[in-house]
Design a protein around this ligand. Structure first.
Ligand code: AMP
Length: 299
């Protein structure tokens, strides 16, 4: 197991592995690893000879006044957790290594896919994500890359970028890992006070209720307006919550829907603030009962 802090060090590691005939899986992260991240590393390990994990808090995906400075960091813990989960190398570059002085190229998926949901309140966020993922793909040159359904919109956008740019990497999206109380694991959960955390469980409860109603088959159960009301009602009654959005869109294209089609998945997505912490969560809704996928899905 190795740590590479520069592109040159990563290249050296690659040469040492005689990586030519070995497959390389890649898990990009911003660190402060939890079981959600580790599930991606384990999925990568199961399908590849070697696994690279990046830990890089990417400045270009944070807007002014967002939490770039205070984003939690714990490299020692991350390194050990990544090894235990099966990583062969951790790539932990500085911001200057990724964006050397004078770098001015951005990679952007244009259109409504990136301006709705989180894109509406975080205008340049996804441009920062697609830029850093492109740069990391070019440095790591993985065969497969692993992302979490936790960042559902990000996963859709990355898939689109990979298709549009004909990037030679297979993208796999893995299910959301939750705490026992249903709260989706997130590095930002440590910022929640005990009261906020207790109320944050309403995100999963609302999504779960909508999922059950959508697959119940009763009259109106596929109507997006009714399903969003169910989710909103569950969250809005928590006094510390401030809803950013509750939306149900086509799971593949993020197009608007009025009804969930019997043969297509819909994505119910929420973003809610508790104090200064913004949480996101989502569930796949389908007219036929299915629940959250247990296995990763690839393109
Ligand atoms: P982050 O460090 O937050 O940028 O996340 C790195 C990767 O881990 C992204 O692909 C996330 O979607 C994924 N991830 C974060 N939280 C979870 C979770 N609770 N379950 C599964 N994947 C997750």
């Amino acid at each position: 197991m190795s740590m590479a802090r520069t592109i040159r060090e990563f290249e050296r590691w690659r040469l040492e592995q005689d990586a030519k005939h070995k497959t390389l899986g890649f898990v990009p992260t911003m660190g402060y690893l939890h079981r959600g991240h580790l599930s991606l590393i384990q999925a990568a390990k199961a399908e590849n000879d070697l696994v690279a994990v990046s830990i890089f808090v990417n400045p270009t995906q944070f807007g002014p006044g967002e939490d770039y400075e205070r984003y939690p960091r714990d490299l020692q813990h991350d390194y050990e957790a990544a090894v235990a989960a099966g990583a062969d190398v951790v790539f932990h570059p500085s911001a200057e290594e990724i964006y050397p002085s004078g770098a001015s190229t951005m990679v952007e998926v244009t259109g409504k896919m990136t301006t709705k949901l989180c894109g509406a309140s975080r205008p340049n966020h996804f441009r920062g994500v697609t830029t850093v993922v492109s740069i990391l793909f070019n440095i790591i040159r993985p065969d497969r890359a692993y992302f979490g359904q936790k960042d559902a919109q990000q996963a859709v956008i990355i898939r689109k970028m990979v298709r549009d740019l004909h990037l030679p990497v297979q993208v796999t999206v893995c299910p959301i890992i939750r705490d026992e109380d249903g709260l989706a694991l997130s590095s930002r959960n440590i910022f929640l006070t005990p009261q906020e955390r207790a109320q944050a469980r309403s995100l999963n409860r609302g999504l779960q209720k909508a999922m059950e109603y959508a697959s119940s088959g009763v009259d109106g159960s596929r109507k997006v307006s009714i399903l969003t009301k169910i989710i909103r009602a569950e969250i809005a009654c928590q006094p510390l919550s401030a809803i950013d959005y509750v939306e149900i869109l086509d799971a593949e294209t993020l197009d608007e829907l009025t009804e969930i089609a019997p043969d297509r998945d819909a994505l119910a997505a929420v973003a809610v603030r508790f104090g200064s912490t913004r949480l996101i969560d989502s569930r796949i809704l389908s007219a036929a009962p299915k629940g959250e996928p247990l296995l990763c899905t690839s393109i």
